[in-house]
Each structure stands twice: as structure tokens, then as C-alpha cells.
Design a protein. Structure first.
Length: 283
């Protein structure tokens, strides 16, 4: 599921990070794509793909594993047995709890991804003299400059994005599946309803937490050039110097990506889960 998510949406995610971090450089999504292609080539749109794959696979593996555990915890809190189907609201709460664990594996890999995606802009703006254009060079730079804990720059903003964001993510997904099921079992839904439900859930997530993600990207990328203030300090600086709308830079490619990538994520997740359960039941 994580692999499908990255393969579907990586160029749009790259545009998002570039526009979030350097909103003055680009007029919009098309301008960002064209300038990146002219200056760096097609590979520029796939900057940070390797750590993005690692991040997405690690995050979604932990997320969906903990989602199952958290559903059991919610069942105990609600006082219902293991076989009882949870409500959409209870599933949303389970996803929100699970995201806190996923954030711990996501933060380090996303930091490397964001830095690689915005490396060209950091050089153009003069914030760094020479970019580190490989995964290993960025990893080595973080360790040399900040030590192992340097990989957790932006952890508080990652948690602030993930915990409420995944409430809307799973809540939107389950609500949409309930709508399409119309009284039938959700497990009977075909690929199109699953794609649309995943896309709707992803859209709900990003609409709810986009400004938080914008601040997180700035902290993780701009910390290459020196120590950054925390979440509230960065948030206040952006609002004061650039205005509230700067927190929504790159929203358009994000929403396009959110629908496509999360539709692919949930479709792949549901079908691979069914395949695995079928294999297990045959033993």
C-alpha cells in the first residue's frame, strides 16, 4: 500500500515540499513543474523517492498494524466484544491513536526526503553552499551536524499533523465506505468505491492539517542552514512575515496527490489484506 502511494504521487509531493518551503519561487504547480524540469531535469520531480518509499512503507506498515491493535483497545473501552463492528467514529479514533506510533518511524525518513526534494532551492537561495544530493550524504550530514536525534527535527509538528489528521483520514474513509455500501457489508465493495473512499479520506486529512505540514516542511528543510525555532516560533514567523496564505502554499498539488495516492493506498491495502487472509485460511 505504501509503495502504491509513493509511485502514484511522488512528483506532486515534490512540488508540494518545494512550494511550501520556497513559496516566492513558484507561481503555481505548473510553474513549479516546468522550472524544476528545466533546471534539474525529469529526475528533479522524483527527488527523495528512495527515502519516500522507506518512509511510506515504514509508516503504513506500522500504521495499519497499530490500527488493528488500537481497534481492540477501543473495543475494550467501549465494552464490546471482538466480533462487533466498530462505528465510523470509533474507527477514526483507532486510526488517530495508531498514527502516534507511525510518526516515530516516519519523522526521520521524511526529514531526509524533504531535504532532498528542496536541495536545489536551498542552493539557489544561498542558504547552503553545496547541496547533498544523495540519501547517504544527507544522512551523514545530519549525523555530523546534530547527531542521531537530528533525525527527529520536526517530530512535534509531525505528531501534531498525524494524530488529528488520521482521525479525519480513517473517519473520511470509513464514512465513504459506509455511504457506498448502502447497508451491505463494506468488504463487498469493488475497486472503484475503494479508490474513491481512499481518495476522500486522504483529502479530509490534508484539508484538516495542511498548515501544520507546511510548518513541519520548513523546519525540516531550513534546519540544513542552521538551528530553527520550534513549531510555534516558525508558525508565528511565517504568519507575521508572509501572511496566513503562505501556510497553504502547494495546497493544489497536495490535494491532487492526496486523492490519487490515498485511493491507490487503500485499494492496494484492502486487496493485499484479502489475499493474505485467503492464503492464511488455506493452511
Amino acid at each position: 500500500g505504501g509503495t502504491a502511494c509513493v509511485v502514484t504521487g511522488q512528483p506532486l509531493d515534490t512540488a508540494k515540499v518545494k512550494m511550501q518551503t520556497f513559496p516566492g519561487m513558484y507561481k503555481g504547480i505548473v510553474d513549479c513543474f516546468l522550472k524544476t524540469y528545466k533546471q534539474v531535469g525529469f529526475r528533479g520531480l522524483y527527488g527523495g523517492t528512495t527515502p519516500a518509499l522507506v518512509a511510506s512503507i515504514a509508516e503504513n506498515s506500522v500504521l495499519f498494524m497499530c490500527y488493528g491493535f488500537c481497534q481492540q483497545i477501543v473495543r475494550k473501552i467501549a465494552g464490546v466484544d471482538r466480533k462487533t463492528k466498530l462505528s465510523d467514529l470509533q474507527n477514526a479514533a483507532s486510526g488517530s491513536f495508531a498514527s502516534a506510533f507511525a510518526a516515530l518511524v516516519l519523522c526521520p525518513t521524511e526529514l531526509v526526503k524533504c531535504r532532498l526534494q528542496a536541495m536545489h532551492e536551498m542552493q539557489l537561495s544561498g542558504k547552503i553552499m553545496q547541496g547533498h544530493n544523495t540519501v547517504w550524504s544527507v544522512v551523514k550530514s545530519v549525523i555530523q551536524t546534530d547527531g542521531p536525534l537530528g533525525f527527529y527535527r520536526g517530530l512535534s509538528s509531525t505528531l501534531l499533523r498525524e494524530v488529528p489528521g488520521y482521525f479525519f483520514f480513517f473517519g473520511g474513509y470509513e464514512l465513504s465506505r459506509t455511504f457506498f455500501a448502502s447497508g451491505r457489508s463494506k468488504d463487498e465493495l469493488g475497486p472503484i468505491p475503494l479508490l474513491l473512499s481512499g481518495g476522500f479520506g486522504g483529502s479530509c486529512l490534508w484539508i484538516a492539517v495542511y498548515p501544520v505540514d507546511c510548518v513541519k516542511s520548513r523546519i525540516q528543510v531550513l534546519s540544513m542552514a542552521g538551528k530553527q525555532t520550534g513549531f510555534m516560533g516558525t508558525f508565528a514567523t511565517v504568519v507575521r512575515t508572509e501572511g496566513v496564505l503562505a501556510l497553504y502554499s502547494g495546497l493544489k498539488p497536495t490535494m491532487i496527490r492526496a486523492f490519487l495516492a490515498n485511493g491507490a493506498l487503500f485499494l492496494t491495502y484492502e486487496y493485499s489484506r484479502k489475499l493474505m487472509l485467503k492464503q492464511l485460511s488455506s493452511y
